[in-house]
Design a protein. Sequence first.
Length: 115
Amino acid sequence: QVQLVESGGGLVQAGGSLRLSCAASGRPVSSYYIGWFRQAPGKEREFVGDTGRTVDLESVKGRFTISGDNAKNTVYLQMNSLKPEDTAVYSCAARLPGTFAWNYWGQGTQVTVSS
């Protein structure tokens, strides 16, 4: 089992950058796929990408990147050129290789982009 804790959210102006962290404990992060999701108020949750396929969401390709640091057991979501429409709660989740269920979730971190 793995526990996930996100950090790094906050308020940023449009065009700015943030780096979100997803720190894992309990098991090595390298033994899971770690995915990033986001949910804006009144909207469905969106899959941003994961450590297997990198960024998958068309609206953020070229601006967001996913990376990991096994020594720190942490996965990052680097977000550049942020837009107001990127405002959402961002969450990380883990699934075992060969499975499709995201069984382990962090608590989420709020990202707000002002225009």
